[in-house]
Design a protein around this ligand. Structure first.
Ligand code: ZN
Length: 493
């Protein structure tokens, strides 16, 4: 067990956890947002982040502090908490981002870790190599080897109570990401950023982002707190949280504000295109779009940054509540409708249903079937796996209708798309209590047919008859030949 992190509640891959940060003497509840603070330029003062927005943790860049003479001296003298005037936990980045942007930096891992310790950072970061997407495998392997050497070095340095992060690299090679996760998990380091995903998110490649996180998670232990490095747009937080990300940092709130961009959970809007403000935060209740446009540049930037932060923190709270209520995937389904690339991200998440199923709670509040993607949720997969283990009689009627015909058989089970067949005794247990639309779609029928197939294949000795309500021929053709079919809709005429 990692002493610094405890998982309290889970839903799909998402979890509510407690990250204990001993040097700051605070416990941060996750999923958590770390606003990014530029030590030379704060759009929203850190003290205000804590008091007005409830920020428990923030992130700033130790490399920038190190490279700015007066700020460095003040940080060394007074400490980072005094310098920024922030009462919560402070994480520091190391300059890896600058390394990826400019190709070189002038500090070593030892130097920057010692510096982060000296200025009072609570969570430090070594200088890893953020390998971009789509590079050659050889380059990804070479750079990963360097990152791993630096993590081992960081592991050996005595950093006292300061937590140290272990970035997981590997570019767009899932096996390298998984190996990197396993290696990082094997160190005594504390927090695990999935690194170099910013280029993926900048290009709306949420599918590749999910694959990278899923691979890293396979290597990391379930008790590892995972940070999605550079993920600042609230639109994709629910998706990333469902895949198991616990920490998000946002520079977007300030960067977007600088360009008059207004964040929403359905995407970004430009201030000049807004006739109404679809938000009830203090900024949006006190101003109209025209009011905001009329403000002087610095005031407008600050107002937009405050709105952007309110929306972002609100989404984090919404995600926590969804995890607690067991309906995080319903939230992800809503967010997936914000942009086609978000839908790609969600569909990719469902490709990892088997991986997610292992952590998903067996029982939750309700399963809402709200899109054909719902047919691929981990709960459906789990039910199909369970069908292989249920005991069955010699002859069995599976029916979407009443059990009236059951007299001719030893037993009669219900059939509900997307789950397929189940004994009537399970009708009141999750997820078979699902709310589904009356107008069933093809994906739900196909998933139900897969369930029937699973049951037939696990019980070759049983005579199975399926009573269905007009399933299309294409779906019925997927069933094993030995299943006898009764069309219940034809029966009535
Ligand atoms: Zn607002």
């Amino acid at each position: 067990m990692r002493e610094c992190f405890e998982v309290r509640d889970t839903d799909v891959g998402g979890r509510i956890g407690e990250l204990t940060v001993p040097r700051a003497d605070v416990t941060v509840e996750t999923p958590a947002l770390l606003p990014v603070i530029n030590p030379n330029l704060d759009t929203i003062a850190p003290r205000r982040l804590a008091t007005e927005f409830g920020a428990e943790i923030l992130i700033t860049n130790s490399y920038i502090i190190h490279g700015t003479d007066d700020v460095r001296e003040q940080a060394l003298e007074d400490g980072l908490h005094d310098l920024l005037d922030f009462p919560g936990a402070i994480m520091t980045d190391s300059g890896s981002f600058q390394l990826s942007e400019y190709g070189e930096i002038d500090v070593t891992t030892e130097e920057i870790l010692e510096f982060q310790h000296a200025i009072g950072s609570d969570i430090a970061t070594p200088v890893d190599i953020p390998t971009p997407p789509d590079v050659s495998r050889e380059r990804a392997e070479d750079e990963l080897a360097t990152t791993q050497e630096r993590l081992e070095l960081a592991d050996e340095i005595d950093t006292g109570e300061m937590l140290v992060s272990a970035p997981v690299q590997g570019s767009t090679y899932p096996d390298l990401r998984e190996a990197a996760g396993r290696h990082a998990d094997g160190t005594d380091l504390d927090v695990f950023p999935v690194g170099a995903v910013v280029p993926l998110m900048n290009d709306y490649r949420y599918d590749d982002m999910i694959d990278a996180v899923a691979a890293a998670k396979r290597g990391l232990g379930a008790d590892a707190p995972v940070h999605l490095f550079g993920a600042g747009h609230p639109m994709m937080f629910a998706l990333a949280a469902a895949m198991g990300c616990d920490l998000f940092d946002s520079a977007a709130y300030a960067l977007y504000a600088r360009d008059d961009r207004y964040l929403t959970v359905r995407g970004t809007r430009h201030l000049e295109d807004l006739d109404y403000l679809p938000c009830s935060c203090p900024v949006c209740t006190a101003h109209s779009p025209a009011d905001l446009r009329a403000l002087p540049d610095d005031e407008r930037e600050e107002a937009l940054a405050a709105h952007n932060l309110h929306v972002t923190f609100e989404e984090i709270r919404r995600i926590k509540q969804a995890i607690r209520a067991g309906n995080l995937l319903e939230l992800v389904e809503q967010r997936a409708r914000a942009h086609p690339t978000m839908l790609d991200g969600y569909r990719t998440l469902l490709d990892h249903a088997a991986q997610l199923e292992r952590a998903d709670p067996v029982s939750k509040g309700a399963f809402f079937y709200t899109s054909h993607e719902s047919a691929r949720r981990p709960e459906v997969l789990r039910h199909h796996q369970r069908l292989g283990r249920l005991s069955v009689p010699d002859s069995l009627f599976l029916t979407e209708g009443s059990s009236a015909r059951g007299d001719e058989f030893d037993d009669s089970w219900r059939v509900e798309p997307p789950f397929g067949p189940f004994p009537r005794a399970l009708s009141k247990s999750y997820p078979l209590t699902a709310e589904t639309p009356d107008r069933t779609d093809r994906a739900a029928l196909e998933a139900a047919a897969d369930g029937v197939t699973r049951l037939v294949e696990s019980n070759p000795e049983t005579d199975i008859t399926l009573g269905h309500k007009g399933w299309p021929a294409g779906v019925l053709e997927t069933l094993p030949e030995e299943v006898a079919l009764v069309d219940l809709t034809a029966d009535r005429t």
